[in-house]
Design a protein around this ligand. Structure first.
Ligand SMILES: Cc1ncc(COP(=O)(O)O)c(C=O)c1O
Length: 436
């Protein structure tokens, strides 16, 4: 079979798996989706990123409110209808007899789901724990490490507050030393970032904490280079991948880190309240579970899943989100979201008084971009965007960062982004004074 034909057959097979026979999406959109897939078989991900017919099918797979433009997908993303339906189905089943259907029926799906997540992450299933979000995953690692008073950890002021607080609590309670670098983003130099981490390392440094994509402004950090430098000095690296997993097309081993935590309800579009932790096999035994298990020093990753009663429907719904993600194609998705960011940001950058807080170079950003308007606070800009234009964004005032964070997703249309650009032009012009 010719290579292109083989790729196409694989794509169609992936689509068939993604949209099960009974799903509404399949009933409504299968024909147009398959037509689009046929047309796109010879195009690169960058070319597909600009094919509005293809993405219009994806847009219709979501059920987002048509009257509000949601550009805060960095906060939490909606799930497509197929994922919502899966959760509803599992929920109905659970309520037929919770202890029987959850623990004896749905629980049978946990190991296949672990394998599916492992395939997506490029790791062994024995290194994947399923949980509720990045906060839980990363707190498990932060509090699970044996560290003693005087041991040093290096993070940044621009990391996520939940993780900063976790490290500060360990410093307050146990006397570890938590140092935070202060980066002035955007930075278009990997070497500069690696150098700052390197300079902070002392003989007492045990851990570097690195956020893969900085949530406030979307800077992509050079994780692999930081890990190589750290490992040369005997230091381990924890990666906060809340915004990278399901968005950037990478495998966790590519990063060369030791520990990784992520939420699945961001770019993967899995049900809200789903997350994942990865720990390198040989390090599992030394991490203590946050929620205890009878074998706390075991090397079985399942020791981190003694979470008590939680939503099995949400957990099992992750599988449908992975199907949907694979059906789009991870690289196509990354390129589409980057294209959407560049689409609005390049236009906005030309408006007098508007400033971007994010590099537009592909290496340094993907979907998230910070923007500000001269003479207006982020709260003022966000409030006009919502009150006058019904565009939902996130005002960001944190350490040295002051901007509005804009995050499109695969369902975002170019028309919505044109509205954003027009709204920013309005806010930057004198006309906005009457709307305050
Ligand atoms: C960088 C980063 N890490 C962790 C989190 C925490 O995610 P969750 O609330 O899903 O635990 C977030 C949330 O936005 C984040 O931006």
């Amino acid at each position: 079979m010719a290579p292109n034909r083989r790729v196409f057959v694989k794509q169609v097979a992936a689509l068939a798996g993604a949209f099960s026979l009974h799903s509404l999406f399949n009933q409504t959109h299968a024909a147009e989706w398959q037509q689009a897939a046929k047309r796109l078989q010879n195009l690169s991900p960058e070319q597909v990123a600009r094919d509005e017919d293809f993405w219009s099918v994806i847009q219709r797979a979501y059920t987002v409110n048509p009257n509000i433009i949601n550009l805060n997908n960095g906060g939490v993303s909606p799930a497509p209808l197929v994922v919502q339906q899966a959760v509803e189905r599992y929920n109905q089943l659970s309520n037929e007899g919770p202890s029987y259907f959850m623990w004896r029926v749905l629980d049978q799906g946990r190991e296949p789901l672990r394998e599916k997540l492992a395939l997506l992450a490029g790791t062994s299933p024995e290194e994947i724990a399923i949980n509720r979000n990045a906060t839980e995953a990363l707190n498990t690692i932060i509090f699970g490490l044996d560290l003693k008073a005087g041991d040093e950890v290096v993070g940044t002021l621009q990391d996520y507050p939940n993780m900063i607080q976790a490290w500060r609590q360990r410093a307050q309670r146990e006397g570890i030393v938590y140092k935070q670098l202060n980066f002035d983003f955007p930075i278009e130099s990997d070497e500069q970032i690696v150098r700052e981490f390197e300079k902070a390392i002392t003989p007492r440094t045990k851990i570097l904490h690195v956020t893969h994509i900085i949530n406030w402004v979307g800077q992509i950090m050079p994780v692999q280079k930081i890990c190589r430098m750290a490992h040369d000095r005997g230091v381990e690296v924890i990666v906060d991948g809340a915004h990278s997993f399901g968005l950037l097309d990478f495998k966790i081993p590519d990063l060369e880190c030791d520990y990784f935590g992520t939420s699945l309800h961001k770019f993967l579009s899995a049900p809200i309240g789903s997350g994942m932790m990865w720990i390198k096999k040989e390090k599992i035994a030394k991490i203590w579970p946050l929620l205890c298990n009878s074998q706390p020093t075991s090397q079985d990753i399942r020791k981190f899943e003694t979470l008590g009663t939680r939503s099995f429907p949400i957990e099992q719904g992750i599988g449908e989100a992975i199907n949907f993600h694979n059906a789009i194609g991870p690289k196509r998705k990354e390129e589409r979201v980057r294209y959407l960011k560049n689409y609005w940001a390049e236009k906005a950058a030309k408006i007098s008084g508007v400033k971007l807080h994010t590099s537009l170079k592909a290496k340094y950003s993907c979907g998230i971009c910070g923007v500000s308007v001269n003479g207006q606070t982020p709260q003022e800009v966000e409030s006009i965007l919502f009150n006058k234009f019904k565009i939902h964004t996130s005002p960001t005032v944190w350490e040295n960062i002051s901007c509005v964070r804009v995050t499109p997703h695969v369902y975002t249309s170019l028309t919505d982004l044109d509205k954003l650009v027009n709204a920013l032009a309005y806010i930057a012009s004198s006309k906005n004074t009457d709307s305050k």
